[in-house]
Write a protein that binds this ligand. Structure first.
Ligand SMILES: Cc1cc2nc3c(=O)[nH]c(=O)nc-3n(C[C@H](O)[C@H](O)[C@H](O)COP(=O)(O)OP(=O)(O)OC[C@H]3O[C@@H](n4cnc5c(N)ncnc54)[C@H](O)[C@@H]3O)c2cc1C
Length: 349
């Protein structure tokens, strides 16, 4: 029996007709991106709990060489479209093709990595499919009794987690925050059960023309999501110049620098260096928070850090409840002393 439609203009959906967990596999310059592998790993667990197949969906041009590896990372099946018209990523076109595939095969869940591209693409697909979407997932659970996928994300500005159930639409769609799930180990002996090649469907006239594509020059600085040591600064630094000390300490420790949202909003550091709920989740061995109060949205991004050191002039700053070592005092006095002592240690050893 089909369930009623929530909008008279939307065709009703029968959730019982939908099966399998789909992962959109994002590629760049002929490589599978790591956030897609991370959700493939999590997707494996979800599919096992649902008793369904894990399907990797990949579209682009000259991508056939990537397909076998998807089985080694956990997929049961690959559905792909390889066509020259897909050689350049373009959200309306990719969204159209992926929605077309989803309409044909009716997945139960459709997950996309929450990269720049994923965050753009997922709403296009959801809109075509007339389903909801949960952005920035940090956990995916399964209600094993009802065989239902529950998406989990932090709501804005709070410590609690929101558990989101998609009641009447399918697929259950979400974009997953990169780096919250580990990259699965590659199992060289694992093989795909099946590979389905689909032709490029007739897609809608997109009404836009791509005239040129200019690649933004990537910074040569180490990305914070990969760094093992991070020295991070906040509004307490008082000025952009304060970051010179942060960068120097990071360099002496052999790490990189990052900051709070306030530091980004003030224009002291670029957004790609922001840690937290609306920034990046980081997993360093050492995280040094300097002049950062420790708001919930910031601490959210450092839950996976092994050791947190906080330097703050206010002994009651909340960061001290979320650190392993705390130093109370003015960073302008403490950080130069730390740099000096670390340099001395280095010359002695
Ligand atoms: C929806 C939403 C999403 C958000 N996402 C993020 C996010 O992703 N990341 C994030 O960081 N924030 C985020 N925020 C903002 C967050 O709530 C805080 O406002 C922000 O983290 C505060 O930044 P801060 O600690 O640098 O500044 P402040 O809160 O102003 O803290 C500055 C600290 O510096 C200390 N200090 C001052 N002078 C000195 C000194 N000389 N030496 C040492 N310490 C000193 C002060 O005691 C204070 O504790 C978000 C907020 C919302 C509502």
């Amino acid at each position: 029996m089909s369930t009623p439609s929530i909008c008279p203009e939307w065709n009703p959906v029968n959730p019982a007709e939908h099966k399998n967990v789909w992962i959109y596999i994002e590629t760049d310059k002929g490589q599978i991106l790591e956030p897609s592998l991370q959700i493939l790993g999590k997707g494996r667990e979800v599919a096992d709990k649902l008793g369904s197949k894990l399907v990797a969906v990949i579209i682009g041009y000259k991508i056939e060489g990537l397909i076998e590896d998807l089985g080694k990372y956990g997929a049961d099946q690959v559905i792909y479209v390889d066509d020259e018209k897909l050689s350049t990523y373009y959200a309306p076109l990719y969204g159209d093709v992926l929605a077309h595939l989803a309409k044909k095969y009716k997945p139960e869940a459709f997950l996309v990595a929450g990269t720049m591209r994923g965050r753009e693409l997922a709403p296009y697909i959801a809109n075509h499919l007339r389903t909801g979407i949960t952005a920035d997932l940090t956990m995916i659970e399964v209600d094993e009794k009802n065989k239902e996928v529950i998406l989990v994300r932090p709501p804005f500005g709070a410590w609690q987690l929101a558990h989101i159930r998609t009641m009447r639409r399918r697929p259950v769609m979400g974009s997953v925050r990169p780096n919250v799930f580990p990259t699965p180990k590659k199992d060289e002996n694992r093989k795909l059960e099946s590979i389905i090649k689909e032709e490029l469907p007739e897609v809608h006239e997109i009404g836009l023309e791509l005239i040129s594509r200019v690649e933004i020059q990537k910074s040569e600085e180490m990305p914070i999501e990969k760094a093992e040591i991070i020295v991070s600064g906040g509004r307490g630094l008082g000025s952009k110049e304060g970051f010179e000390l942060i960068k120097e300490l990071a360099s002496v420790l052999g790490g990189t620098y990052a900051g709070s949202r306030k530091a980004v909003d003030l224009g002291w550091i670029p957004h790609e260096r922001q840690v937290g709920q609306t920034g990046k989740t980081v997993k360093p061995n050492l995280y040094v928070a300097i002049g950062i109060s420790g708001a919930a949205q910031h601490v959210f991004g450092i839950r996976e850090a092994k050791i947190v050191v906080a330097i703050n002039s206010d002994q009651y700053a909340p960061i001290f409840e979320n650190c392993d070592y705390g130093i109370v005092g003015d960073y302008k006095k403490i950080v130069p002393e730390l740099i000096k002592q670390l340099k001395e240690l280095k010359t002695k050893s």
